[in-house]
Design a protein around this ligand. Structure first.
Ligand code: ZN
Length: 405
């Protein structure tokens, strides 16, 4: 973890961070961090929670938590008793922020979670009830109790109602930090009781420049085990030494990293940036999803040529991250509509090995497919049989590209 991977070092969130840190002791008891997906709102929330728990934030030139006090040590070790994380099982399984995954264990039924093939996508009322108990007790070692709820819009209605009471009658010395990319899904009564910290979307050029900079540093290599933006440690003393060891390891394997960086497909990066935030695209590069675009494109070509069945591909595609495959299909269907209208379009990376211009593409069916994909993107927050959904979409895709009318 290095200094480039902090909210205050990201060009789009630096101003919001400075403003928030400047009023740390007078912050509202309910904060709502919003902004588009993929710009590291969770890392921002985590760094803010850390700063709120630190004894001397800003000390020794730190731009957030000091990283050296007792509370910072506990925080970085995932043992701080005054820090609470409420999130979904899905988020825990994603495991992108290691500290979040460690802290949320206190609030989830680990045995039930481990047995479930499909992790839950909601924050249930039990978690909020548990938090209310904790918030009504005195802080253990910090001057306040801090809770991070993310994604806050995944609270079910009962959980949201219980949380509302906590916002209406906040216990002394407590701060709730809600994070949401879709705050419209939160009840208006909750939104109106929170102070909103809106992180603006990065300008396209800023996002591209930041991402290229990170990749040039070797940030696209992946497999190093850090988070997407690396971001959950947030400057603890332990983190600094960890960062040092990572840096020295990185310098020892500089040629290896350079080789990995050389393989970065910048056209694929730019294409992905049209549909996702820069931090998400960096993560896709690191975990290899961007490189799979060519494979998806090849599969698509085989589907159209009748060399692969829709159900067979659905079973394979359902193994990938569902939301990301939906994003890719959304891009593909938009490109197919453009092609059907006689406009050249990029089909999403990789050569599908077919000439679509000779196909009797049906714009009506393609628009229907585009809407179906949009529908699943919208409801992907609900419990869903992903393979069935993928089968429906691939059958619709094959139908829209069929030689038959
Ligand atoms: Zn500290």
């Amino acid at each position: 973890m290095n200094a480039a991977e902090k909210p205050w070092a990201w060009p789009w969130s630096e101003a919001a961070w400075q403003r928030t840190l400047g009023s740390l002791d007078t912050l509202h008891h309910g904060l709502l961090i919003t902004g588009q997906p993929g710009i590291a709102k969770r890392e921002f929330g985590l760094a803010l929670a850390h700063a709120l728990l630190c004894e001397t934030p800003g000390a020794n030139g730190a731009i957030g938590a000091c990283g050296a006090c007792h509370n910072c040590t506990l925080f970085a070790a995932a043992t701080h008793p005054d820090f609470h994380v409420l999130t979904t099982e899905r988020e825990w399984r994603d495991g992108r922020l290691k500290l979040v995954a460690a802290y949320c264990d206190r609030y989830q039924d680990i045995a039930a979670r481990d047995k479930r093939a499909n992790p839950s996508r909601v924050i249930p009322i039990d978690q909020v009830r548990h938090l209310i108990e904790q918030f009504h007790a005195h802080a253990h070692t910090a001057k306040r109790k801090v809770a991070l709820l993310m994604p806050a819009d995944r609270m079910n209605i009962n959980a949201a109602n219980a949380l509302l009471k906590l916002l209406e009658e906040p216990p002394a010395d407590s701060v709730l930090i809600l994070v949401s990319a879709t705050p419209g899904y939160l009840p208006a009564t909750i939104r109106s009781r929170c102070f909103q910290i809106a992180i603006p979307p990065p300008h396209a050029d800023t996002a591209r420049a930041w991402l290229r900079g990170r990749l040039a540093e070797g940030g696209g290599g992946g497999g190093a085990g850090d988070g997407a933006a690396g971001g959950d440690g947030d400057g603890g003393a332990g983190d600094d030494s960890a960062a040092d060891s990572v840096d020295s390891a990185a310098s020892k394997t500089a040629s290896k990293t350079a080789a990995k960086a050389a393989k970065v497909d910048f056209a694929a990066i730019d294409r992905a940036l049209a549909n996702a935030g820069p931090v998400d695209v960096l993560q896709m590069q690191r975990d290899g999803f961007l490189q799979r675009h060519a494979q998806l494109s090849g599969d698509f070509g085989r589907l159209v040529a009748g060399q692969a069945g829709a159900l067979e591909l659905a079973a394979q595609w359902a193994k990938h991250d569902f939301a990301r495959v939906l994003d890719w299909m959304h891009h593909l269907s938009a490109a197919l509509i453009k092609t059907a209208c006689g406009l050249g379009a990029d089909l999403g990376g990789g050569d599908p090995g077919i000439d679509l211009r000779s196909r009797p593409l049906s714009p009506a069916k393609l628009f229907k497919l585009y809407d179906q994909i949009g529908h699943y993107r919208k409801i992907s927050r609900e419990p869903l049989n992903e393979q069935l959904a993928m089968e429906e979409l691939l059958l619709a895709l094959r139908e829209a590209l069929s030689r038959r009318k």
